[in-house]
Write a new protein. Sequence first.
Length: 148
Amino acid sequence: MQTRTIALVAVLATTSLSAQNTPASVTTIPGAEVTAAFAKGRPLIETAAYKIHASRRDAPGQAEVHARDTDIFYILDGSATLVTGGEVTESKETAPNERRGTAITGGATRRLAKNDIVIVPNGVPHQFTEVQAPFLYYTVKVTAGARP
């Protein structure tokens, strides 16, 4: 039931953020596929306008900055510290509109746990640290200015 609720929230969030973009068809992702995706952490669907990932962390990640994507995280299990803002250390472009680095200096920290929702606007550095594994969370990425 929680998986269906999150999928609905993700679709509603994507729809409300890009109301002028009407989807051409309805997409259903079966529960077994979603469960399998969380086993390793992988994308469930990616379009030009949005992406939905079954995210999994077993250790801290790199610092990230997305020039166009706003990240919406819904925490399902585990906990982690999220650092946001500040400056990315050793920042390198890894793909168009994407930067990664080793850490964030001067950012704000917050502890995330089950049922928390966080919205990280595009352009804001962020990094998961102090991960209590498995840390499972949905990531909905809404791309600024994109059309489906």
